[in-house]
Design a binder for this molecule. Structure first.
Ligand code: ATP
Length: 332
């Protein structure tokens, strides 16, 4: 029995089909990440699971029990939002304990659960502050703490790190991964951030226009994308797509990741001109304009001195390439 089972979920806003028949089972203890382009329905699906939005059709079951008609507060789900959603007039301690207080728990139980969550999130010294006296990262830790205190059956995260700066995002991401290990809880997480999806997920669900394109472990999707959409979506920078015909190959397009495209000043299969260079420290991205294949991205390790407008040659590593048919599906 899955922790969460979605069966043929559909959602219409007015006459617009936003979710077009989603089937998904999330296993107990699994960290499941929803990714997909803006507007594909990630947040809507999460809100349907939480009960903040009704599904137009289909069934939502938590631990085998249908919950379509169950109110959000009764679904034993905790949701963490991008905006933290803390009560400004309550202290950290009271924000974290509020759900238990509303559920009629006694003071000692509330204090025990709050202290335990505060300990896990290093919030012990901040318990008497109000949200306005906290940094963004601290506020998000309180929001996560409030979720933990409730010991829900399911944790839902809707882009929880997008308001944080780069360093805090990394730190909080690592904290969420650690919490998942320590709690062994089932978590569903929406993000548009590649790194979050790849590093946090046991399983990634790739959505496109209200449908599931592919699900799998992060490296499974990276190494075995089913189609050009998933191949282009998973991996950063994006996979290059070359015209197979121009390379004498039978498929429609050849997918090649930026690290599998060799760059040379002297010779190679595809001539081009350097259009832009990004030095990122440990690696260098070189963007090369070609007549036949358009703009291609090359990832080089270390620092390189290619310059804009320089003539270069590219050679794809055929052994690492993916072949796709005219319908976008992977050819095996
Ligand atoms: N309350 C609503 N009324 C009408 N349309 C809506 C409503 N909420 C969402 N939509 C539409 O449903 C589609 C899916 O929205 P949703 O927020 O789920 O996408 P998303 O994948 O989470 O996008 P993003 O990554 O930009 O947050 C979008 O086209 C959006 O405009």
């Amino acid at each position: 029995m899955g922790a969460l089972t979605l069966t043929n979920i559909t959602k219409q806003f007015g006459t617009v089909d936003v979710i077009k028949g989603v089937d998904l089972t999330v296993e107990p203890g699994e960290f499941c990440v929803f990714v997909g382009p803006s507007g594909c329905g990630k947040s809507t699906l999460l809100r349907i699971i939480a009960g903040l939005e009704d599904a137009t059709g289909g069934e939502i079951a938590i631990e085998g029990r249908r919950v379509n008609e169950v109110a959000p507060a009764k679904r034993e789900i905790a949701m963490v939002f991008q905006s933290y959603a803390l009560y400004p007039h309550l202290t950290v301690r009271d924000n974290m304990g509020l759900a238990l207080k509303q559920a009629g728990q006694d003071k000692a139980t509330i204090a025990g659960a709050t202290d335990r969550a505060a300990g896990m999130l290093a919030l012990g010294a901040l318990l008497d502050r109000r949200p306005a006296e906290l940094s963004g990262g601290q506020r998000q830790r309180v929001a996560i703490g409030r979720a933990i205190v409730r010991t829900p059956k399911l944790f839902l995260f809707d882009e929880p790190l997008s308001n944080l700066d780069a360093a805090l995002r990394v730190q909080t991401r690592i904290e969420i991964a650690r919490l998942h290990r320590e709690l062994g809880a089932t978590m569903i997480y929406v993000t548009h951030d590649q790194v979050e999806a790849m590093t946090l997920a046991d399983r990634i669900v790739v959505l496109r226009a209200g449908r599931v394109e592919q699900t799998g472990a992060p490296m499974e999707l990276y190494n075995n994308p089913a189609n050009t959409f998933v191949a282009g979506f998973i991996g950063s920078p994006q996979m290059n797509f070359l015209k197979s015909g121009a390379l004498g190959l039978a498929s429609d397009s050849l997918g090649i990741r930026p690290e599998h495209l060799a760059l040379s000043r002297d010779a190679g299969a595809i001539p081009g001109t350097v259009s832009h260079v990004e030095k990122l420290g440990g690696e260098t991205l070189v963007y090369v304009r070609t007549d036949v294949h358009g703009l291609l991205t090359v990832r080089l390790f270390g620092e390189h001195d290619y310059t804009v407008d320089e003539a270069v040659h590219l050679t794809p590593d055929q052994a690492r390439a993916f072949h796709f048919g005219a319908d976008g599906l992977r050819l095996r």
